[in-house]
Design a protein around this ligand. Sequence first.
Ligand code: URA
Length: 240
Amino acid sequence: MKLYRALQAQGFGSRKGSIAYVRAGMIEVNGVVCDDPETEVDPVGLELTLDGLTLPFHDKAYVLMHKPAGHECSHHPSHHPSVFALLPPPFVLRGVQCVGRLDQDTTGLLLFSDDGQFIHRMTSPKKGVAKRYLATCADPVSEAMLAALQSGVQLNDEPAPIAALACEQTDAHSLRLTLSEGKYHQVKRMIAATGNRVVTLHREAIGDFDLPADLAPGAWCWLGDDELKQLEQPWWSAMS
Ligand code: URA
């Protein structure tokens, strides 16, 4: 692969911009400056550097973030900074999108990718990729509330009641809730339908994959093949 094409594919710049960066001596290939845009590079193990930012070559981007509160999952945020501002700028240029959205005040596991098929598999209700949340509520969690969430609550604009796959109380005001789909404000609306109100919401897991305990709020990391497999496990695989 030609160097300028590798740069373009990784979001370092347009075709023209990538060629210009290389000619200006601004690009390092595996730590060594290269000023010929036509140089053949091997994508395996390739590391590209521009302006002190080094990124490993990834054909497709699969990225995990510990989303902090106060960030919107939008390229054009209205009231808060964008989660994309926490990622290296090339990610946006290569077309990385949020894999499902979290509300600005929700924290926890957020995925990004530029692989449209992966995004579809992770977000389509038919694929059964469960999402697990920890919610703290304004009023104490009651047995009646847990029973309603487990048997199904009616939300506005939904044809039928929606039930949690699993629901357990974690302390007086908190509960852990697993959902098989990801409708707009689903956790907050389901808890509101029981007469309570979400105060804080944190996504702990997607599929069989838990947010790593050592990933600080605002930090991100690349995902490997094993992690992607865990993420894509449908909830019914645990039943067999
Ligand atoms: N459900 C919500 O209500 N908000 C989120 O951010 C995610 C799930």
